[in-house]
Design a binder for this molecule. Structure first.
Ligand code: SF4
Length: 251
């Protein structure tokens, strides 16, 4: 079935209604459908976090030909950079994008929105354009925190660019369950207690129920988003004058 024809449903009810095995089958089915529909235009965004590692593994089970991209920044922790090199050595179908142009020093502290826009959103746009992406796959999950509750498994925020969130309804423990069962290597920072990984100056170890509480602590972005899930990603969308921040689509 074409992805866009999948009926929208209240996915929040599925979070506790489906068991782990059903969720894995559902995720594999979504990626399989997308692979059949988009072929090479299907590309996985790999942030090198645990959720991305699970999604990347699922995608590789569907087809080892599925490509991916990593957006990295000058501020990624050393452990993440090392982990990225290991992933690249293992998966030549992954490409890396970054913005290495000079930016004001300490921009992450004075204007984190701008910093994320320059270092994360802009390279993501470039990846989507250069790789000819028609459907991008993410590791976004609706149980991660307050900013992630209103997404759908299949979305079209930018006209002509489908976004697939195949593990949207997975709990955090189910991600770890999947990674453990398949012995998928993860970033060693998780062993130190991090639950959500980002750039070094903007990521701390946090406790409490919100998985993303350790992100951008002390700023207005605390527990928030870098922008790749909320801003226009297609260059044409920007050129048409779309709002800088897209409204979260609730259907
Ligand atoms: S997470 Fe922090 S350092 Fe990284 S791009 Fe965003 S504001 Fe800049």
């Amino acid at each position: 079935m074409p992805l866009t024809a999948i009926p929208r449903e209240d996915v929040s009810s599925l979070v506790d209604r489906l068991n782990f095995a059903q969720k894995v089958d559902r995720a594999l089915g979504l990626i399989q459908d997308a692979w059949e529909e988009f072929g090479e235009g299907l590309v996985v965004a790999n942030s090198l976090g645990k959720d991305s590692c699970a999604v990347w593994h699922l995608a590789q089970r569907v087809s080892p030909q599925i490509r991916g991209f990593i957006v990295t920044t000058r501020y990624k922790p050393a452990a993440t950079k090392t982990f990225m090199k290991e992933m690249l050595a293992r998966y030549p179908q992954l490409r890396v994008f970054s913005n290495d142009e000079p930016i004001p020093e300490g921009l992450y502290a004075t204007d984190p929105e701008r910093c994320c826009d320059l270092l994360k959103v802009q390279p993501t746009r470039r990846a989507i354009e250069e790789m000819g992406v028609r459907c991008w796959v993410t590791g976004l999950r609706c149980t991660e925190g307050r900013t992630r509750t209103d997404f759908q498994e299949v979305e079209e925020r930018d006209p002509g660019l489908i976004k697939l969130n195949p593990i949207l309804i997975w709990h955090e423990r189910e991600v770890w369950q999947y990674l453990a069962l398949h012995q998928v290597p993860v970033n060693p920072l998780y062993a130190l207690g991090y639950r959500s990984l980002g750039c070094e100056p903007c990521t701390q170890i946090a406790t409490g129920p919100d998985e993303r509480a350790g992100r951008w602590i002390g700023t207005s972005k605390c527990g928030g988003e870098c922008g790749i899930h909320t801003r226009p990603l297609k260059v044409e969308t920007l050129q048409r004058g779309a709002p800088r921040e897209l409204e979260v689509q609730v259907t």
